[in-house]
Design a protein around this ligand. Structure first.
Ligand SMILES: Nc1ncnc2c1ncn2[C@@H]1O[C@H](COP(=O)(O)OP(=O)(O)OP(=O)(O)O)[C@@H](O)[C@H]1O
Length: 237
């Protein structure tokens, strides 16, 4: 379970998040949507312990990230596909991640297979990877510890149609095994295919949340998105 409880985050003069509350239940994929600058990445960074909320709490399995005893096994995150060192190979990036979690080398092979970076691709330097390959590596890194919650910031960017289909099946499979998946994306059609629930934010506030059917009431997700976000202004910090 992922839970945001009245999370506010202000930067100098900017209220990036304003009393944001929602949950991502286990066994679901929750699509996290909002226009550019809505606050999605900030919320995910707060959840992953990369920045502190000004007030409120964001928790995984009932605890803030910093208080998790085995964070790599509790929550996997992909927040920036460009974060891996460009001089390391994909296999080296995953090997370092596995070592930090105390996982055997066989888990690296499993994950390389899972994300389709086997053989030569796994041995290439990440600096030479396409965006789609970096996303696959980032998803693999997030999955190393078979976490019970997964936080993915725009993982479909750069994936080709096969890659998008692969990711859709992967996320549905993870949710079926009980994982709580929070997925941000601007690809509304894709979110419609994979998500059980939607949280829509704009101007740092939750504008709507619920199942696709509850939000849409017969409209497409795109129509709902455009209608609800057209007047979302940010309140002053
Ligand atoms: N480190 C920072 N310092 C100051 N302002 C920031 C910082 N990070 C984010 N912001 C501001 O917080 C607001 C929310 O940004 P955020 O990146 O969370 O939005 P987003 O929904 O992820 O956008 P996008 O869809 O464009 O990725 C924006 O106004 C942004 O400029």
């Amino acid at each position: 379970m992922i839970e945001f409880h009245r999370v506010t985050k202000t930067y100098k003069g900017i209220r990036a998040l304003d009393e944001v509350s929602f949950t991502v239940p286990p066994g679901t994929v929750t699509g996290f949507l909002g226009p550019n600058g809505a606050g999605k990445s900030t919320a995910m960074r707060v959840l992953a312990g990369l920045c502190r909320p000004t007030s409120g709490s964001a928790t995984v399995l009932g605890r803030p990230y910093a208080e998790l005893e085995r964070p790599g096994y509790d929550v996997g995150t992909l927040l920036d596909a460009g974060a891996a060192h460009p001089g390391r190979s994909g296999r080296e990036v995953l090997t370092l991640g596995a070592m930090m979690l105390g996982l055997p080398g066989s888990r690296v092979d499993e994950v390389l297979e899972l994300v389709g970076l086997t053989g030569k691709e796994g041995r290439r330097a990440v600096g030479g990877y396409s965006l789609g390959m970096r996303q696959r590596l980032g998803i693999g890194h997030a999955l190393l510890g078979r976490p019970r919650a997964l936080v993915l910031d725009e993982p479909a960017n750069g994936l080709d149609p096969q890659g998008i289909q692969w990711m859709r099946e992967l996320l549905r499979g993870l949710a079926a095994s009980g994982c709580a998946v929070l997925l941000s994306s601007h690809l509304l059609y894709e979110v419609e295919q994979v998500a059980d629930r939607i949280v829509l934010i704009g101007g740092g506030r939750v504008l709507a949340q619920g199942t696709l059917a509850e939000l849409g009431r017969g409209r497409s997700l795109e129509q709902t998105f455009l209608e609800l976000t057209s007047h979302a202004d940010r309140s002053p910090a």
